[in-house]
Design a protein around this ligand. Structure first.
Ligand SMILES: NC(=O)OP(=O)(O)O
Length: 340
C-alpha cells in the first residue's frame, strides 16, 4: 500500500526522518574519488596552508564546527595522523577526542557495531585508524557521521592527498611527472598510485620478487592509466622504476604489527635501500625529489638521501595538517560535496 503524506505535521516528520537517514559520505580510499574531487581536496589543502602560514586568524573557519566533537578512533599508534587531525579539528573550532585502544570498551567489552552507533551519535565525524580494511567498511556501514580512513592495512588516503600537495608544491605541477616507488607493497602505495594517476603522474612501482601488488588496486591503476594515456607498471628492478623518475618514494618495509617479520623482510628487500648511488644508477631525472611518509628507518633510505636538499619529507609531514583540514571541510562541513 502506498501512503501519501497529507498533514503538515506528517510532512515535518517525514522530512526529519529522511534527513536523519541520509547516509554520510565517507573517505575510504583514493579509488572512490574522481580526478576533480582529488584536485579540489589538494587545492583546498593548499589554501589552508596559506592561511595557517600567513598567521592570519580565520574567524569564519574557526566557527565551522564550534562546540562539536571530532572522534579519533585509533587502534594503532601515530604521530603525524594524530597531530594533524587534532590540529585540523581545533582549526574548525571542534574538540578533538582521542580514543585509543586502551581508552574505550571496544574490543574488550563492546562490539564494533555498538561502539560505532554510540560514537557517531555524539560526534561530527570519526577519524579511524584500524588494522583491517573491513573495520573501515563496517564503520562506514553503521556510522551516522563521516568516517575518515586514517590508515588501515589497505589504504592511507590522508597521506595520498598530502603527497599530491607536496609534489605539486615542489614541481609547480603534477601533470607529466613520473613517480617511482621503491619498497613494499602496502597501504601507502595503494592510495598513492591511484592518486598520482588521477593527478596525471606516471607511476612505476618496484617491489621485490615474491611481494605481490594488490590485484584490485593494480586493475584500477591500469584502468585509470589507460583512460588518461599514462603509464602504470609493477616491476622488481629499482633501476627500471627510477629511469626518468621525478619523484622517488618509499616507506617502511616493516609495518606496525609485523615486527616479528623483520629478519625475513630485511633479506627479501636486499638491494632496496635508496641511496645516491642507486638513484644515479637508475638514471632518475636531474630534478628528482625524495619523499617518505615517515616514520623512517635506515634500511629503506640512507641519510645522504633522507636529509639531502632533495628530500621533501618534513614539508610532506607538515602538509598532513592541511590535508586533514581539507578533508574535514569537504566531508564534514560541506557534507561530502567535495567540489564546493
Ligand atoms: N605517515 C603516518 O601516517 O604517520 P603516523 O603513523 O605517525 O601517523
Amino acid at each position: 500500500m502506498i501512503m501519501t503524506v497529507k498533514s503538515a505535521s506528517s510532512k515535518r516528520f517525514f522530512s526529519a526522518t529522511t534527513l536523519k537517514s541520509q547516509k554520510p559520505r565517507h573517505l575510504v580510499n583514493m579509488i572512490q574519488l574522481n580526478n576533480e574531487e582529488l584536485a579540489s581536496l589538494v587545492n583546498k589543502a593548499a589554501g589552508f596552508k596559506k592561511i595557517v602560514r600567513s598567521g592570519e586568524t580565520s574567524p569564519v573557519n574557526h566557527q565551522k564546527l564550534l562546540g562539536k566533537l571530532v572522534a579519533l578512533l585509533f587502534s594503532k599508534r601515530s604521530t603525524r595522523t594524530r597531530i594533524s587531525t587534532e590540529g585540523a579539528a581545533a582549526f574548525f573550532g571542534a574538540q578533538p577526542m582521542f580514543l585509543g585502544k586502551d581508552d574505550i570498551q571496544l574490543g574488550v567489552n563492546e562490539s564494533m557495531y555498538d561502539t560505532t552507533k554510540v560514537i557517531s551519535s555524539m560526534t561530527s565525524c570519526i577519524f579511524a585508524r584500524v588494522n583491517r580494511h573491513q573495520d573501515i567498511l563496517d564503520l562506514c556501514k553503521d556510522s551516522s557521521v563521516p568516517i575518515i580512513n586514517s590508515l588501515c592495512d589497505m589504504y592511507h588516503p590522508l597521506q595520498a592527498i598530502t603527497d599530491i600537495l607536496t609534489i605539486k608544491e615542489a614541481f609547480g605541477k603534477t601533470q607529466g611527472l613520473k613517480l617511482a616507488w621503491i619498497g613494499d607493497s602496502n597501504n601507502v602505495i595503494n592510495d598513492l598510485a591511484i592518486a598520482s594517476l588521477r593527478s596525471g603522474i606516471d607511476v612505476s612501482v618496484s617491489i621485490p620478487q615474491g611481494v605481490e601488488f594488490d590485484t584490485e588496486v593494480g586493475n584500477k591503476a591500469h584502468e585509470i592509466a589507460k583512460e588518461q594515456n599514462l603509464s602504470f607498471e609493477v616491476v622488481h628492478d629499482p633501476a627500471v622504476a627510477l629511469k626518468n623518475a621525478d619523484v622517488i618514494v618509499t616507506d617502511t618495509w616493516i609495518s606496525m604489527g609485523q615486527e616479528e617479520e623483520k629478519i625475513e623482510k630485511l633479506k627479501q628487500f636486499a638491494g632496496y635501500q635508496i641511496t645516491p648511488e642507486m638513484i644515479a644508477n637508475g638514471q632518475a631525472n636531474s630534478n628528482w625529489k625524495f619523499m617518505h611518509c615517515l616514520p623512517r628507518h635506515q634500511e629503506e633510505v640512507n641519510d645522504d638521501v633522507f636529509y639531502s636538499d632533495r628530500s621533501l619529507v618534513f614539508e610532506e609531514a607538515e602538509n598532513r595538517l592541511y590535508a586533514a583540514m581539507a578533508v574535514i571541510e569537504a566531508f564534514v562541513v560541506n557534507k561530502g560535496d567535495l567540489l564546493k
